[in-house]
Design a protein around this ligand. Structure first.
Ligand code: C2E
Ligand code: CA
Length: 292
């Protein structure tokens, strides 16, 4: 493709993909009305005492004709089309309503909701958040909004204004997928943020790869020096949870605890859950060897 000699090549597969994308974008609002969109929840454990302190809301779409659609298939498309703001409001109101339900049930669980770049330029978002919290009588600090560095960078001026409004409401802000986006470390101090979530691509292989461990260690140190708490996401086994505990992360999330599940399933899981504190065996063994 150069100058005016443009050649457009249509591939059969590509066309199908394009049609499917269009379909997904067009169907979102109907899907929201017809309850095809469901919010799943994944628990997070406080590593200090092993208790479950919160959940992340993760959306699922059971499309009437296309079947199950994973978020990666419709989030980027709806974000590009701008319809994501409807989805965000739906997930926010579902998650805060569920938070109220759990509070009434005796479970004090903070809820985290993911925001997209579009949401960060939506100046009405703080009003909606405030309304939803008031309607459900949920304290603002029970809600965390997860944003990625890359989404903030798309329009840093407007994003910071929206994030400041949300922070002033008392809502917590978390930097999601930390380490994968733009290297905006210098910007961190200008963004009103409470928490860093280390991306699962660093946490999942933490026990097999020294470089990943070094990245996780450095990120935790950086976060603590900025007085931010750290969530290690993608903890898939016991060794990984032991390692992130010994490196000083405050919270862990991952398949080792539970996959994202529907609210009722999580309520049942919570009633059976026994808090466990995991310490790094490797470190303990070394400490024993030194003492002997
Ligand atoms: P994310 O925000 O980074 O969410 C974490 C993803 O990692 C989730 O995938 C979760 O199921 C997965 N995960 C958690 N623990 C583990 C683990 O131990 N191992 C592995 N292999 N994976 C783990 P999911 O639910 O498919 O969501 C994918 C992405 O879609 C999310 O990534 C987020 O960016 C987006 N997303 C999901 N729900 C929403 C939403 O309501 N709004 C927006 N804007 N984005 C959403
Ligand atoms: Ca997230």
């Amino acid at each position: 493709q150069s100058g005016s000699d443009r050649v457009v090549v249509y591939e059969a597969g590509r066309e199908d993909e394009f049609v499917r994308r269009l379909r997904v974008v067009n169907d979102l609002r109907t899907a929201l009305r017809h309850n095809e969109i469901q919010v799943f929840y994944q628990p997070k454990a406080r590593l200090e005492d092993g208790t479950i302190c919160g959940v992340e809301a993760l959306v699922r779409w059971h499309h009437a004709e296309l079947g199950f659609l994973p978020p990666d298939e419709f989030i980027p498309a709806t974000e590009q089309a701008g319809t994501i703001v409807h989805l965000t409001r739906y997930v926010l109101s579902e998650a805060v309503r569920q938070c109220r339900y759990w509070l009434d049930f005796g479970f004090e669980l903070e809820v985290s909701v993911n925001l997209s770049a579009r949401d960060l330029t939506d100046e009405y978002l703080p009003y909606h958040v405030l309304q939803i919290l008031k309607d459900n009588e949920v304290r603002p600090e029970m809600l965390t909004l997860e944003v990625t560095e890359s989404s903030i960078m798309e329009d840093i001026g407007r994003s910071v204004l929206v994030l400041e409004c949300l922070r002033d409401l008392g809502v917590r802000i978390s930097i999601d997928d930390f380490g994968t986006g733009h290297s905006s470390l210098a910007q961190l101090k200008n963004i009103p943020v409470h928490e860093l979530k280390i991306d699962k691509s660093f946490v999942m292989p933490i026990c097999d790869d020294r470089q990943n461990e070094a990245i996780v260690r450095a990120t935790i140190e950086l976060a603590h020096s900025l007085e931010l708490s750290v969530v290690a996401e993608g903890v898939e086994d016991e060794n990984a949870i032991r390692r992130v505990t010994s490196l000083g992360a405050e919270i862990a999330q991952g398949y080792f605890l539970s996959k994202p599940v529907p609210a009722e399933e999580l309520t049942e899981w919570l009633t059976k859950y026994t808090p466990t504190v995991y310490r790094d065996r490797r470190k303990t063994d070394r400490a024993f060897a030194r003492e002997a």
